[in-house]
Design a protein around this ligand. Structure first.
Ligand SMILES: Nc1ncnc2c1ncn2[C@@H]1O[C@H](COP(=O)(O)OP(=O)(O)OP(=O)(O)O)[C@@H](O)[C@H]1O
Length: 806
């Protein structure tokens, strides 16, 4: 605690009082203020110093007692002072006072005036002395104050010095800190530089993202517009939605069941894949051992055959020996009989001794010879018997080894049968796995919403086979994942162009096998989906063969007859579940950018010569649900394949077909077969609306190669133009452009719901394998690859609960 001296306290109090007085005087009238606060020395005539006039007794700027005394002694002035007139004026007036008398020499009067005046002057002088005394007092007080202030200043000096040292200490600490801070500042500067660089980068990125943001916001705007349109659509759909809600719940159940099925199928698929791999491994092992066993079996069979041959030979030998033996036995028997007769004769001769000795001798000789030959024959027989024994033992040995071989053969056959059984089981499992894999693949493709693409390569046809220069330029991957999916075009220089699609069919694949791959897709038309299958490719590449084929020849029937057969078969089968289907077929062609009805029947003879349906104006319209209507088009109710078959025949007669340099029977138009399917389930009140579009496009061709002129040239140009429009549409969809030029051609406008809607769409790209067609094949495959990349949305099933009975 600091001690404050009394003088200091007094000085402070005086200053506080003075300040207080000044504050109070601020509001006082100017006259009074001047009176109490400041009387300049010039005003009182006491010098030039400018001092405040303070009352010496209390130190306050108030009229003090002495002043009052003076005014008492100056009765004439008292009233003026009380009136507040200024002292300076009074003193001035006092000093400038003139003495006026009535008479020029009124000395007395003048004397009185002078006396009075002197009194006033004296009182004034007294007053000023008092003021001076107060000043002196004040000076003393100020000196005291100054001393105290000095002491105070010295104390504060010391404190300041202490503080200074403290501050200098602090300063050095701060300098250290400052140095550290500078260091960190440098580091921070570097960091800042880095940060600035990253900032710049960020800024440029920001700019880029702002740019993309700008773009996106543009797109967002567009999307908002689309959204609005969609919202309007949604409103209109809400009504339908209400009706669908019930059906939806049942569908959800079905869906969840399907999802469960799908997940279990996926697991099953994984399991099957694993099993497939294991089976393939065992299969290859089994095949290896089967092959080894087969070779063993073959060699055993050969050995057995050899042994059989030997056995037969031996058998023959044996037979021969046996017959020889028989002969010998018979001869011996004969000899024995002869001998016996001779012996009998001899005996008789001996009995009847009438015979001559020569006769006897000859007979004896005969008998000896006979005996000798008999001995010889006996020897021979013995030899033959030996041989027979040897042969028999050999035969027995052979029969034993044959028996052994037969046993081994039976073992081998058993093993082979077992292996074949295993093999067929493995193959069956492999097939099942493949079916599941295909189903899953189809489901994935449907979920992805892509247009699926199958590629089909036709065989070299007779002319091409005869032409030595023409050879196949198509190759297929032989191993790995691309087997069945990959196709390579190989140029003469060895350059290879590789493509892959959902499926690739080589030239040996039959119509039936191709149909197997699309039968599920066709089936979904009955389930209420829009299905579109179209064939694309250069002229003569096999589009018509794939789509239509030869409907009357079972092996060469194309997709259209097979699909319809299946649809009618399945619809029949579904009848027992309460389903009733109504089917309407239509068939049109787009020829030189105009539509022609292929099912219209000419009414009169004159009309018969006209091209059918050419006079009518056909307009294509799509409704909100994506259903396409062609005005004036003939719709024929069909209930079985036979009816459709006759329609196809009728359409084939009406179709624009002509001979070109590249195809004997070239389709000069795009042909669209449509089957509209409406199904109602009586028991569940469900309705389905499916559509099956099967399109055989006209073939693209290079004018330079086709050499078309006249009408053919016009046709070719129209075909190429509409295919180019199809290409533009595909490109726009693949690039997700906002505007897709569907209306640029009749073909693209007609196929709009299939190319950009919610249908299940499959394209066949047909390829001619000959080297001359390499350029066209390359173009077709490139186009097909683009089509494969097109996302057209998830296919939607068109079903409702029943409203109007059909
Ligand atoms: N997979 C195949 N097997 C056997 N022959 C085939 C095959 N594909 C096509 N062909 C034969 O090739 C020839 C041309 O086929 P197709 O008429 O179907 O071609 P296209 O592509 O329809 O031609 P265009 O565009 O000119 O109408 C026909 O004789 C056809 O029988």
């Amino acid at each position: 605690m600091k001690r404050v001296s009394t003088a200091q306290r007094n000085g402070r109090e005086m200053r506080r009082a003075t300040q207080q007085k000044e504050k109070e005087n601020i509001g006082a009238p100017p006259e009074k203020k001047r009176k109490f606060n400041s009387i300049s020395s010039s005003e009182v005539g006491l010098g030039n110093e400018n001092h405040e006039v303070l009352c010496p007794s209390n130190g306050q700027a108030e009229p003090c007692a002495s002043q009052q005394d003076v005014s008492e002694q100056l009765p004439n002035c008292k009233g003026e002072w009380e009136d507040g007139k200024m002292w300076s004026e009074q003193v001035e007036a006092l000093l400038n006072a003139k003495f006026l008398t009535k008479a020029k020499f009124d000395i007395k009067g003048r004397n009185e005036q002078m006396t009075e005046h002197i009194k006033k002057l004296r009182s004034c002088i007294r007053h000023f002395r008092q003021i001076e005394a107060s000043y002196v007092l004040q000076i003393e007080q100020l000196q005291n104050l100054s001393r105290e202030e000095k002491l105070h200043w010295e104390a504060s000096e010391v404190a300041m010095a202490e503080k200074h040292t403290q501050i200098s200490n602090n300063l050095s600490i701060s300098q250290d800190r400052c140095a550290a801070l500078e260091k960190s500042l440098v580091a921070a500067e570097e960091q800042k530089k880095d940060l600035l660089a990253t900032h710049e980068r960020d800024v440029s990125e920001l700019e880029a993202s702002q740019h993309s943001c700008f773009k996106l916001s543009g797109e967002l705007e567009k999307l908002k517009l689309d959204m609005k349109a969609v919202e309007e659509k949604v409103k209109s759909l809400q009504d339908i939605n209400k009706r669908l809600s019930e059906y939806n719940t049942s569908l959800q159940d079905y869906n969840s069941k399907l999802q469960n099925d799908a997940s279990s199928a996926a697991q099953e698929n994984i399991r099957t894949q694993q099993e497939k791999i294991a089976i393939l491994e065992t299969l290859s092992a089994i095949r290896g051992s089967a092959a080894a066993l087969q070779t063993q079996l073959d060699s055993a069979k050969l050995a057995a055959e050899e042994e059989n041959k030997q056995k037969n030979l031996l058998h023959n030998d044996l037979e021969w020996i046996r017959t020889e033996l028989q002969q010998c036995n018979e001869e011996r028997h004969q000899y024995q009989i002869q001998n016996q007769t001779l012996v009998d004769e001899n005996n008789r001769f001996r009995e009847f001794t009438g015979r001559s000795a020569s006769e006897l001798e000859s007979v004896t000789n005969k008998a000896i010879a006979l005996e000798e030959s008999h001995d010889l024959q006996s020897e021979q027989i013995r030899n033959l018997l030996h041989q027979l024994d040897a042969s028999n033992s050999k035969l027995q040995a052979l029969e034993l080894s044959l028996e052994l071989h037969k046993k081994a053969d039976a073992d081998h056959v058993g093993k082979v049968m077992e292996l074949q059984l295993k093999l067929s089981e493995a193959e069956q499992r492999l097939n099942e796995g493949e079916i599941i894999r295909r189903k899953l693949h189809n489901t994935i493709q449907e979920l992805k919403g892509n247009i699926r693409v199958f590629c089909r390569v036709r065989p070299l046809i007779v002319d091409e086979e005869d032409n030595e220069l023409a050879h196949s330029v198509v190759q297929y991957p032989q191993a790995g994942e691309l087997v069945g999916h990959g196709i390579d075009l190989v140029q003469a220089e060895g350059q290879k162009y590789a493509f892959s699609f959902d499926k690739v069919f080589g030239p040996d694949v039959s119509q039936e096998n191709v149909f197997e791959e699309i039968s599920q897709l066709v089936q979904s038309a009955l389930d209420g989906y829009k299905v579109c299958i179209f064939a694309y490719g250069q002229t003569g590449s096999g589009k018509t063969y794939t789509m239509l084929g030869q409907p009357d020849q079972p092996a060469h029937k194309g997709l259209i007859p097979r699909s319809l057969e299946q649809i009618f078969r399945s619809s029949q089968a579904l009848q027992c579940q309460g389903w009733k289907f109504r089917m309407q077929a239509s068939m049109l062609e787009i020829y030189n950018e105009s539509l022609r009805d292929l099912l219209v029947t000419p009414k009169s003879d004159s009309q018969k010569n006209d091209a059918p349906g050419i006079a009518k104006q056909y307009n294509i319209k799509h409704d909100n649900l994506g259903h396409t209507q062609v005005s004036e088009l003939t719709l024929v109710e069909v209930t079985n394949w036979r009816e459709v078959s006759s329609l196809l025949r009728q359409a084939a007669q009406s179709r624009s077909v002509g001979k070109t340099a590249m195809n004997e029977q070239s389709s000069r138009s795009h042909c669209v077969f449509t089957l509209r399917i409406s199904g109602v389930n009586e028991s569940t009140e469900q309705q389905v609306q499916g559509v099956l579009n099967l399109v055989d496009l006209a073939g693209s061709e290079r004018l330079s190669r086709s050499g078309a002129t006249g009408e053919r040239l016009k046709e070719t140009q129209a075909i190429n133009k509409s295919l180019a429009c199809l290409g533009d549409v595909i490109l726009a969809i693949a690039n997700k452009e906002q505007h897709v030029p569907y209306r640029n051609s009749k073909l693209t406008y007609l196929l709009q719901p299939c190319l950009g809607g919610d249908s299940k769409t499959l394209m066949f790209v047909n390829i001619a394998p000959d080297s001359k067609s390499l350029h066209e094949s390359l173009c077709s495959l490139r186009f097909a690859a683009k089509v494969n990349a097109c996302e057209i949305g998830v296919p939607r099933r068109h079903t409702t609960s029943r409203v109007v009975p059909i």
